[in-house]
Design a protein around this ligand. Structure first.
Ligand SMILES: Nc1ncnc2c1ncn2[C@@H]1O[C@H](COP(=O)(O)OP(=O)(O)O)[C@@H](O)[C@H]1O
Ligand SMILES: O=C(OP(=O)(O)O)[C@H](O)COP(=O)(O)O
Length: 403
């Protein structure tokens, strides 16, 4: 299905420039290991094992942010996952970088400094303008080929993502390949049985855009999270209001209620809303209430309720394909994890084709001890995943497809 070249098309034994997405949480200056390292390690190991000289580019944070740090720690974490040394040079494309690149031996790996420390990396410009930078113009001639493995950054028109593929033979890495195929599959594949989409999270516009883009492909949308409450509000229930310090609902309601109301009218048969919700009671315990019994706008809700999980469970078990975007509750707090975890467990226990995405939602899988292998695909992308589901373009992929 891929319309780009992959590592299967790349002759071994070359000097290869590889773009990864190792952008990670940083706590008190310490880079946190996460599944991006584990996934990209497979691409890097494959190239090294076949005798390529492997030079890696990646970014971390944005200038001005606390997480805008050097990639020195990333090299050590990646080395653990690859099972080989990963050298590091504190330079993006200057003389030190060129020297380190040229002294690489067969199967050796080198990580260059944070691409965003180079001024030409970030401003969003066309691929042609990015190819025309000193950064790309200096580095590209040193290499035989360019590999983009950074699907989760492919919505950014940055030099390291869109400039190099215009200057070098360009290929998709293994992460790029699997992410692209799985995340686009809802739009591109034909499924014989029921297709279900679980949608939650904090942004109503994500859910609206997904419904508008995939409404013809999806049989049932199961709603939860902040977005689900806004749909319940549009259906006439006294939920989905800002209460106390909460400011997640009213502005989103103002901006989107007409669209939500018309979606409920047009796609009512496809949209399943929660029948009960969970909240924190006076003793800080989880308590639940049926939606039809809510008659005051005086409380925040933090999860879908147990009856809703029981209603969503058989829908998932009867599905041929299930896609997940956004959490159904504040799962980081165990008391409010029941909705998200219940739905994920139902998916894990069936042999349906499944894709789980969104940085936060996929984190619930490891947090609650589920096995990633029980899911068809767990995406490491946030913004790029939602773009794939809403039909928006990914410039980094488009440029690869030109090759
Ligand atoms: N009812 C809720 N109240 C507060 N936070 C919620 C609620 N439902 C979901 N969330 C939060 O939404 C976050 C996920 O939202 P979002 O960013 O849209 O998804 P993702 O990161 O998976 O793309 C989770 O971290 C979760 O805590
Ligand atoms: O982590 C990333 O995106 P994500 O938070 O949407 O998953 C990518 O590395 C893109 O980073 P950016 O949003 O700083 O351009």
């Amino acid at each position: 299905m891929s319309t780009f070249k992959t590592l299967d098309d790349l002759e071994p034994g070359q000097l290869v420039l590889v773009r990864l997405d190792l952008n990670s949480p940083v706590e008190d200056g310490t880079v946190q290991d996460n599944r991006r390292f584990e996934r990209h390690a497979e691409t890097v190991r494959e190239l090294a094992e076949r005798g390529d000289r492997v030079v890696l580019m990646a970014h971390q944070g944005r200038p001005g942010g606390d997480d805008f740090v050097s990639l020195e720690q990333h090299a050590d974490i990646l080395a653990e996952h690859v099972g080989r040394d990963v050298g590091f040079v504190a330079d993006t494309y200057g003389e030190d970088a060129a020297e380190a690149i040229q002294s690489l031996g067969e199967g050796e790996i080198l990580l260059l400094e944070n691409t965003r420390m180079c001024d030409e990396e970030l401003p969003e410009e066309s691929p042609e303008d990015k190819a025309d930078t000193e950064f790309v113009g200096t580095l590209a001639p040193l290499f035989d080929a360019y590999v983009n493995d950074a699907y989760s950054a492919a919505h950014r028109s940055h030099a390291s993502l869109v400039g190099f593929p215009l200057e070098l033979p360009a290929y998709a890495g293994r992460v790029m390949e699997t992410e692209y195929e799985a995340n686009s599959s809802i739009a591109t594949r034909e499924f014989d049985g029921q297709v279900t989409m679980v949608v939650g999270g904090t942004k109503a516009t994500d859910v609206i855009d997904v419904m508008n883009n995939l409404g013809e492909k999806v049989d049932q949308f199961l709603l939860g999270g902040i977005a689900g409450e806004l749909f319940l509000r549009a259906a006439g229930h006294d939920v989905g209001y800002d209460v106390g310090e909460m400011d997640l609902f009213d502005d989103q309601w103002e901006a989107n209620h007409e669209t939500i109301e018309s979606l409920i009218e047009e796609r009512g048969d496809q949209i399943t809303l929660a029948v009960d919700l969970a909240y924190e009671d006076a003793d800080d315990e989880r308590a639940e209430i049926r939606v039809e019994d809510i008659d005051e706008k005086d409380r925040g809700y933090l999860d879908i309720g147990s009856d809703t999980v029981s209603e969503y469970d058989p829908v998932i078990r009867d599905s041929e394909a299930v896609f997940v975007k956004g959490a159904l509750g504040l799962f980081e707090d165990e008391r409010f994890s029941k909705g998200t975890v219940g739905v994920l467990k139902a998916i894990a226990e069936t042999d349906c084709f499944s894709v789980v995405g969104g940085g936060d939602t996929s984190r619930a899988i490891e947090m609650y001890g589920m096995d990633e292998d029980d899911f068809g695909h767990v995406s490491i992308a946030g913004g790029a995943y939602i773009r794939a589901l809403t039909g928006a373009s990914l410039v980094g992929v488009e440029v690869l497809q030109r090759n």
